[in-house]
Design a protein around this ligand. Sequence first.
Ligand code: HEC
Length: 251
Amino acid sequence: MTLPRNQTQVPRWIIAAIILVNLFLLIPPVIVARARYSVSREPRIHVFPDMDSQKKFKAQSANPLFADGRGMRLPVPGTVARGELRADEHYYWGTVEGKWAVSFPAQVTVNNELLDRGRDRFAIYCTPCHGLSGHGDGMVQRRTEFADYGAWAIGDLTAEKALAYPIGQVFNIISYGINTMPPYGSQVPVEDRWALVSWVKTLQASQSVNITSLPAEVQQRLEASRPQEVEEPKGTGDGEKGGSAGPEEGK
Ligand code: HEC
């Protein structure tokens, strides 16, 4: 078939080129589609890295620059972080010239507000072990009585041994722990720890108060709440089985 003279045919090479270009255009979408479903350990292609990845020593890594080879450095001895100076030994350690303080530090005013705060903190941090009255009969203690590993000797805060601790030592025990008691310094701020000391001393004092030393109004209230003398209920029948089953029941 012959074409009319004024009509020209598109040269074959142009058609071939168009087909070829179209085929090449298919390559990027194929790569993208593949990347979406394949797994790679290599980081993504990062055209503008900004400051996303930097050369640095990560925690616990080695650093040959230092003699001990450690990447993590300790603060220079004597370094004090802002607001972390603990120079006031009375306030922060409970000692005065290396001996247990026997009074509250100047920063602490002992008033009802402090006692209320102390009672509040005591209920949160200490009652699980020491109990509300400080007798060492908190839930933790009661639970260990039923455990296989035996009871845990939790100090009675109102016993003679604890009474003998000076104020500063009680503060120190709360802050840094004692024997099997964990420290609470990292959880309870220092002013609250002094409030706790005031409450521990209050609990201790509460165990041996002469009623006549109290205000008349309080005396009356206490007298009114004094339980009436009641006769021991007589056992029913054989007597041996009287009374409650006690803690044995919980076993
Ligand atoms: C996880 C349980 C636990 C908690 C919570 C706890 N303690 Fe103790 N505490 C103990 C044990 C156990 C001892 C006895 C340590 C020993 O063997 O000397 C003790 C002893 C003490 C003593 C010394 C008494 C003595 O007889 O030697 C004081 C004071 C004291 N605790 C105050 C506190 C205060 C205040 C809190 C609350 C901030 C507190 N504890 C919270 C377990 C606890």
